[in-house]
Each structure stands twice: as structure tokens, then as C-alpha cells.
Write a new protein. Structure first.
Length: 67
């Protein structure tokens, strides 16, 4: 078994899910030339990063190990 968990934490899963959704929204919006939706998609991606940091601060991220 691996020493580290390779990001298998609630914070990592939530961040990944939100960023993927934002990327899909932005990608489709760019493809159909809808600037407001593209901006919304980029905002969703940024929100994913914030959610990940908040969840990590709340103790739902990877635990730091000392070597």
C-alpha cells in the first residue's frame, strides 16, 4: 500500500469535480461564442480552487506527514 493517498480526500474530489464542471461550461460556451457563460465557467473553476483550500483548512485534505 502506498504511503501517500494520491489525493483521495474529500477536498481533492470536490475540487476536481467543480473544476471539471467549470471547464465543461467554459469550453461549451467558448465553442458557441457565449462570453457570459464562458466567464461563468471560469468563475466556477476559480470557485473549485477556493472550495479545495477551504476544505483543506477544515481538515478534509491530505494530512501532512513529517519525514
Amino acid at each position: 500500500m502506498s504511503v501517500n493517498n494520491h489525493g483521495k480526500t474529500p477536498a481533492a474530489w470536490a475540487t476536481t469535480f467543480i473544476v471539471i464542471i467549470g471547464s465543461i461550461v467554459a469550453g461549451v460556451a467558448i465553442a458557441v461564442a457565449n462570453i457570459p457563460w464562458a466567464i461563468a465557467g471560469f468563475a466556477i473553476v476559480a470557485l473549485g480552487g477556493v472550495v479545495g483550500l477551504v476544505m483543506k483548512a477544515a481538515g478534509l485534505g491530505r494530512k501532512q506527514t513529517s519525514h
